[in-house]
Design a protein around this ligand. Structure first.
Ligand code: DSN
Length: 420
């Protein structure tokens, strides 16, 4: 386990917070579907001397000197990302997912252009055109929804009608809270008909695509894939933009730098390269497969015990539970209840939620992190049982304390990757 000796000596307050967080992660169950545990090699690279380097530009075309090693790591990261996703071009510099999305809009759109993306309460993301973002001051967003929340089916005929009427310049696939596989071929055909770019925001499922446990939108002709690197892909926090054609990549490079960002965060670029190497190994395929198997077992166990899941199950790494229908409590109450027993997840809106985002009807949970910890189907049932017991005994302080101790003891059997 890391000892953080220098930090302890210099700054006891931050040392206490870092070690406190480490302990929280060791003793708790992480079910937030966008979180994961990086390996020790990725963590070492993130803490490396590349932090000290400015590298505006791209390999072989930098504005400052001293780029021998920065060029090397960025070139390796680009080559590995392209190989992993079968892409014609990769930009590994976006600082995070939202900047990757914004830079792509700047690369491919003009102010006033229309984007057709998934509605937030049906699973989309803020950057797909929610009115709270500044993006809606620049671009015009229209949205599609599920036609049936029982199955999660999207109405592609309606999407085509909206596209014919609104003439979007970009059609966005992708989500942060949708448990089903999308029909990329239909979306691409709609995009082609109206002359739009087909762009997939795969931040949540990038690890599943890399591990071939989910479909790669490039196989259906998508133009661009956007991603983060820290979710199911299990790398450092950061963003990634891939394009099928190298030519589009030139526009994207210009938009990322100098269009939108300054210097790349080079220790993260290096750590992305390391994570991509891990994802290229045969065992990553098994990891990706197990994420989905675990999510499906978790879903089945909740359903068998009377819970209502949005779309009735999952094809990927995440589940959405309607807590009001399932247990007569709101999402915030459920999040706080599970926190009490050491199970971390997040409250989440459900489709056309009548409640407010800070106290919605649902919770969102997922399996990338627990799968990294080595848990399999039997452990998923155990986790669901802890949570169901907490719901049943939610007014019994002593029972919740006992459950918390049980969760801690359970977690000790599964060492935290990167930490031990
Ligand atoms: N915060 C990420 C998630 O949890 O889905 C998306 O930005």
């Amino acid at each position: 386990m890391p000892t953080y000796d220098a930090l302890k000596q210099l700054d006891p307050d931050i040392y206490a917070a870092v070690t406190g967080e480490m302990q929280r992660q060791i003793e708790g169950v992480e079910l937030i579907p966008s979180e994961n545990y990086i390996s020790k090699a990725v963590m070492e690279t993130m803490g490396s001397v590349f932090n000290n380097k400015y590298s505006e530009g791209y390999p072989g075309r930098r504005y400052y000197g001293g780029q021998t090693y920065a060029d090397r790591v960025e070139s390796i990261a680009i080559e590995r990302a392209m190989r992993l996703f079968n892409a014609g071009h990769a930009n590994v510099q976006p600082h995070a997912g939202a900047p990757a999305n914004v830079a792509t809009y700047f690369a491919l759109l003009e102010p006033g252009d229309t984007v057709l993306g998934m509605d937030l309460s049906h699973g989309g993301h803020l950057t797909h055109g929610h009115p709270v973002t500044y993006l809606t001051r620049i671009f015009h967003f229209v949205h599609y929804k599920m036609k049936d929340v029982q199955t999660g089916e999207i109405d592609y005929d309606q999407m085509r009608e909206v596209a014919r009427r609104e003439k979007p310049r970009m059609i966005l696939a992708g989500f942060s809270a949708y448990p089903r596989e999308l029909d990329y071929a239909s979306m691409k055909s709609i995009a082609e008909e109206v002359g739009a770019y087909a762009v997939a925001d795969m931040a949540h499922i990038a690890g599943l695509i890399a591990g071939q446990a989910a479909r790669n939108p490039f196989d259906d002709g998508f133009d661009v894939i956007l991603s983060t690197t820290h979710k199911s892909l299990r790398g450092p926090r950061g963003g990634l933009i891939l394009s099928r054609e190298a030519d589009l990549g030139k526009k994207i490079d210009k938009a990322v730098f100098p269009g939108f960002q300054g210097g790349p965060i080079m220790q993260m670029v290096a750590a992305k390269a390391v994570a991509f190497k891990e994802a290229l190994q045969p065992e990553f395929k098994e990891y990706a497969r197990q994420i989905v198997v675990n999510a499906q077992r978790l879903a089945a166990h909740f359903i068998d015990n009377g819970a209502t899941l949005i779309t009735g199950g999952t094809d990927n790494h995440l589940l959405l539970i309607d807590c009001v229908r399932s247990w007569g409590i709101g999402g915030r109450e459920a999040e706080e209840l599970f926190d009490r027993i050491g199970v971390t997840l997040n409250k989440n809106v459900i489709a056309d939620d009548p409640r407010k985002p800070m106290d919605p009807s649902g919770i969102r949970l997922g399996t990338p992190a627990v799968t990294s910890r080595g848990m399999k189907e039997a452990e998923m049932e155990r986790l669901a049982d802890f949570m169901l017991a907490a719901v049943a005994r939610r007014d019994d302080e002593a029972a919740l304390n006992d459950l918390h101790q049980e969760v801690k003891a359970f977690c000790k059997q599964y060492p935290l990757p990167g930490v031990g």
